[in-house]
Design a binder for this molecule. Sequence first.
Ligand SMILES: C[S@@+](CC[C@H](N)C(=O)[O-])C[C@H]1O[C@@H](n2cnc3c(N)ncnc32)[C@H](O)[C@@H]1O
Length: 424
Amino acid sequence: MGSSEHSIQIEKDFQKFSARTYLEEYYSEIQNEDKHHLRCLAKVYGDVKDGSTLLEFGGGPTLYQLMSAAPKVKEIHFSDYLEVNLAEVRNWVNRCSSAFNWNKITETALEAEGITATPEAINAREELLRGKITKFLHCDAHRKYPLGINDNDDAVQYDIVNCHFVAESISDTFHDWKSAFENICRCVKPGGKLVMAAMKRAIAWKNGDKKFLAVGITEQDVTNVLAENGFVNENIFMETFPADQEDYREVIFFCSNGSFNQLQKLYIVICGTGDLPSTDHAKIKISNMKCFPITYKKQLLSFDDNLVPLLHRMTNLEELHVHLLKFILNNQYHLPSNEDIKYSFKTFQNDETISSIDYFERAKLLYCHVYSYPYTWKFYHYITNNFHGGLFKSVREITLYDEHPFEHDFVFFVLLNRFHVLTN
Ligand SMILES: C[S@@+](CC[C@H](N)C(=O)[O-])C[C@H]1O[C@@H](n2cnc3c(N)ncnc32)[C@H](O)[C@@H]1O
């Protein structure tokens, strides 16, 4: 963002922000600062895997920051604090004749990606971006959960949060900046990505005849907050480039991947006979972690050797829901007893762990089922005659499996008394 006029008055009330003036002032001409910024965006979005959902946080009335993201993401939810800003972006998405013209920015973004910016290519990219913006949301970085919480009491979180010139532009003190930055970090899913730009050592920033005060921050401040909030330090891409402004001279651009240390609830579902996807523990920094991404390479039923030690490293885990389901050839493994399994999970006080082992003689298969109770999944597969009982209010889908026929009374009892609503 760049401008060059003189300041007149200090403004604190964001309702006095003029979206149109902001666009004319900062984005009607391409400046070196914009070229640098678009190059950084092209680089980090070039590396993004397709299919994420992106939150544009505090996007204001602008779209430059999404041009290189558009081909890589599935959907974009566009948020800002001010309705006037959202209205300006909506106008553009709806192709209103009064909407701001982003052609020059799109051209520069395409060039930064190494694409020849013909009028057709510019138009195609803008159309692509229009199609990807599926929601407009109100956000407030000064709230602990800037987008609120969803129906399950979890913070609303995204694979990627894209946020440019926000926390330092809307805060009065370093403390406010840090807290706003942390709140924005809270919108990133565990393991997700944060893409940000911030004014370095800024005093203020202009909006027509007004100036909004800014908090002067440095790369070290950014790095500290990222590390404290679980963003893996070795993965930070950071670049500082010049800005030709009255009240700040440089911009810090950075992109960082979150770790899993904000994770408080872990749902493990291990079904079937195939290998589980694994992560390499050695590469993951775990000193701050509240929880641990599970790797499971060995046999499923060696609870004590594999799963349990991992779970015990999650010292801050508040809830554990386990659901393990496996058919095993009966001569292949030494099976733990139900008591062994219960003992393995005894540290997790909040749940009861229920296990059952069935032997299918004809198929020469052992079937082992372990789950935490109360049961929270929507499915319950392979109910046998050995069904343990209990209430399963969340279940919407069941299957029965046994070599011996089910008594009519048993089926009736299971379906009607234990599983409240069945749709399948
Ligand atoms: C300097 S502008 C940045 C706009 C845009 N991201 C850009 O790159 O040009 C700051 C933005 O922060 C928004 N804002 C103001 N108060 C906010 C708050 N409490 N939470 C989130 N955003 C806020 C403003 O509406 C404005 O769009």
